[in-house]
Design a protein around this ligand. Sequence first.
Ligand code: CA
Length: 227
Amino acid sequence: MGKTILIVEDEPTLVSTLQYNLEREGYRVVSAGDGEAGLSTARAERPDLILLDLMLPGLDGLEVCRILRREMQSPIIMLTAKGDEVDKVVGLEIGADDYITKPFGMRELVARVRALLRRSETAAPKRGDALTAGDLSIDSVARKATRDGRTLALKPREYDLLTFLLRNTGQAFTRDQILKQVWGYDYAGDTRTVDVHVRWLREKIEREPSKPTRLITVRGTGYRFEG
Ligand code: CA
């Protein structure tokens, strides 16, 4: 069966051009015309890859990307316009896998799609994506975290924070980076919010919350999760 590609784009002509070219390559294509529809289609279809326009009405592409990243591992290619702040798009900031600047050639786009699909096949053989570290396990489809098989009563942000840290085991993050990643791209919050949630999370995942061995404080930086 062909892989499913979701296009989130508000320009109908671009959508139909993309759809035509991708279907010709044997992919199954679904599309959405704005951010909210993009999210719900992604949740319903669990696409193998997502083409995501940066400038969308309503929820913009950055926001959509950030939310998708927390919920699924499907590779994301951002469609950007010249002059967009591309540095914000790729890498750690919001977790897109690649970007392509409009106007782009269809051959180029198809090549990027193929390359990313190939890479994600070898990198993530299991798609149900359960994250585990020791006795901790996260089921990102059910949004449920368990410890020793028992469901942890986590608040949504605690769940998001734990997922983010587990996905990036061993990597240290500043409080600002964690705020951006977990609370939102433009979240204008106090970094102490992070400390509070880390404390709450430690109560639930550490054997001795006062002597954490998993959710480690990195002096002068922030936090790190140890597997
Ligand atoms: Ca647009």
